[in-house]
Write a protein that binds this ligand. Structure first.
Ligand code: AMP
Length: 225
């Protein structure tokens, strides 16, 4: 059982690491962006409200996100913990998550900040392709699929997200700096923040994250004995 938040700019590896944690630790990878894109694809009320913000690279309003996440976090699989990717993204969202946890007598185990320099972020985002069907993420330079532009997991043709085209990427990075970066200070004060160099390779980053979260889980179990 562990509850982890992955923080970092778009392209820092949150999705890759959260999905690796899902396989390694058996906790669900919950990505607010994937949930929103599924709503857009299915043309739900939430999808129709969120799409204009997403297309511009801006944040969807907190009330819509909080409602969506409250629903997702109350599903049965999330009771054994989770790796959150893309949520919280504002201080208001972090406060709401904190209140929810407090109400349930729960706590986050760790907030992992994946630190990646800006130039590397731009390079990564331009080479990123995603599977529109199972949400697997590829990096054409460093993590390409086995068959050109085809998902290894499910065989669907990969796509570049509309919001990863150069004009929107700049806005997403600006929004990250203005609205999400303050969370670093927020979680540092809470004593939950762990900073990891996000450029040391996927396996090394995973090893570093696993070391942190498994250490936390072990010390919590000891306290309960
Ligand atoms: P992502 O896949 O995490 O990069 O998210 C894609 C887009 O979905 C973002 O650019 C936002 O428009 C929206 N989004 C995802 N998560 C959130 C969130 N926690 N709060 C507000 N907007 C979000």
């Amino acid at each position: 059982m562990m509850r982890v938040v992955l923080l970092g700019p778009p392209g820092s590896g949150k999705g890759t690491q959260a999905s690796a944690l899902e396989r390694r630790e058996g906790i669900p990878h919950i990505a607010s962006g994937d949930l929103l894109r599924a709503n857009v694809r299915e043309n739900t009320g939430l999808g129709r409200q969120a799409k204009p913000y997403m297309d511009r690279g801006e944040l969807v309003p907190d009330d819509l996100i909080l409602e969506m996440m409250a629903k997702r976090l109350s599903e049965p699989d999330a009771q054994k913990g989770y790796a959150l990717d893309g949520f919280p993204r504002t201080v208001a969202q972090a406060e709401a998550l904190g209140e929810r946890l407090e109400g349930l007598g729960q706590r986050l185990d760790a907030v992992i900040y994946l630190e990646v320099p800006g130039a590397e972020i731009l390079r990564r985002l331009s080479g990123r392709r995603v599977c529109p069907s199972c949400n697997a993420i590829y990096q054409m330079d460093t993590m390409p699929p086995k068959k050109d532009e085809i998902c290894d997991r499910c065989g669907t043709a990969l796509v570049q997200r509309d919001d990863e085209k150069p004009d929107v990427v700049g806005r997403r990075l600006q929004v990250y700096a203005e609205q999400t970066e303050p969370l670093l200070q927020y979680y540092r004060k809470e004593g939950l923040l762990h900073e990891i160099n996000g450029t040391i390779g996927v396996d090394n980053v995973l090893a570093a994250i696993s070391g942190i979260v498994e250490g936390k889980a072990a010390s919590r179990e000891e306290q309960c004995l």
